[in-house]
Design a protein around this ligand. Structure first.
Ligand SMILES: C[S@@+](CC[C@H](N)C(=O)[O-])C[C@H]1O[C@@H](n2cnc3c(N)ncnc32)[C@H](O)[C@@H]1O
Ligand SMILES: [Zn+2]
Length: 277
């Protein structure tokens, strides 16, 4: 576990800074949190956990891990790692809803700085922390009181994940940048057609995200990222496993798609760069 001094990570019980102490992190009021074998800490208090296993389940997490590892979302990884503000050395970056950690992990290998990933899924944080050692990983709820100090982060990433804009505004430094990633124009349109979904173009997702932020954030710019990827059968199966919206299509349509030996799909994302008002 890597934590800078002073620590920007806050105790979920009393909000005092959490600092490293032997094989745990603790605040000055003596609230301790173990550091697991993989290197992460679980800051989710039991009364904050509605489901027994909140967030993405282990099967979804591992499907996402394989899918990223296959290179199918490389356009997204490259776009995020090339963002002008995010890679400045010595910046502090929070990835809220980081999943299995591919985006933040890649950033943490490329740049110096403090990289902190939180996700409510324990399995996601376990596999993230096992692989990427240059970042700090926490199981925490990104929709409630995020255990990160006020005015402490230079950038926040929220990529395909739920958002708490009030909390993002509190955590960002005055000149910090919030980066929101949503599905873009015609994202996975070919797969959606095969699974008999209406072929909407997702344009409204970026507009809706910007509107929801508008009371607190100003849109600096939008970056459209897209490419065509030829998926093999394993990749198609993983993509369906990791994307809950596809589970709603009929079993017959899913079975037919999983029989395809390949399918070329459009991958498309919109990255919104928002600054504090
Ligand atoms: C679609 S995945 C995206 C993961 C990652 N950002 C990526 O691009 O690969 C959404 C993630 O949000 C997490 N999540 C859902 N609700 C959350 C919450 N309340 N707090 C933190 N993470 C949450 C899920 O566990 C899942 O890992
Ligand atoms: Zn405490």
């Amino acid at each position: 576990m890597i934590l800078p001094t002073p620590s920007p990570i806050r105790c979920p019980v009393c909000s005092e800074p959490l600092m490293l102490q032997d094989n745990m992190i603790a605040c000055q009021n003596g609230h301790p949190f173990n550091i697991a074998r993989e290197g992460y800490a679980n800051l989710l208090l039991s009364h904050q956990r509605k489901a027994k296993q909140p967030g993405d389940d282990p099967e979804m997490v591992m499907a996402r891990r394989r899918f990223f590892d296959s290179g199918a979302f490389d356009v997204l990884t490259e776009a995020v790692t090339e963002l002008p503000t995010i890679g400045n050395d010595d910046n502090a970056v929070l990835d809220c809803g980081c999943g299995e950690g591919h985006l933040l992990g890649t950033l943490s290998e490329k740049y110096r700085g403090f990289f902190c990933g939180i996700d409510i899924s324990k399995k996601a944080i376990q596999v993230a922390s096992k692989r990427w050692k240059n970042a700090a990983w926490f199981v925490a709820n990104g929709m409630r009181n995020i255990p990160v100090a006020t005015n402490s982060m230079d950038s926040i990433l929220s990529i395909l994940a739920p958002r708490n804009n009030d909390e993002f505004h509190r955590i960002l430094k005055p000149d910090g940048v919030l980066i929101i990633g949503v599905p873009g124009f015609n994202h996975l349109i070919e797969l959606r057609k095969q699974l008999q979904f209406s072929s909407g173009d997702f344009k409204e997702k970026a507009d809706t995200a910007a509107e929801k932020c508008a009371p607190l954030f100003e849109e600096a710019n939008r970056i459209a990222v897209s490419g065509k990827v030829a998926l093999n059968r394993e990749q198609i199966t993983d993509l369906i496993r990791m994307t809950p919206i596809f589970w709603r299509s009929s079993d017959a349509a899913k079975a037919a798609v999983m029989q395809l030996s390949s399918l070329t799909v459009t991958v498309s994302f919109t990255l919104l760069r928002m600054t504090k008002k």
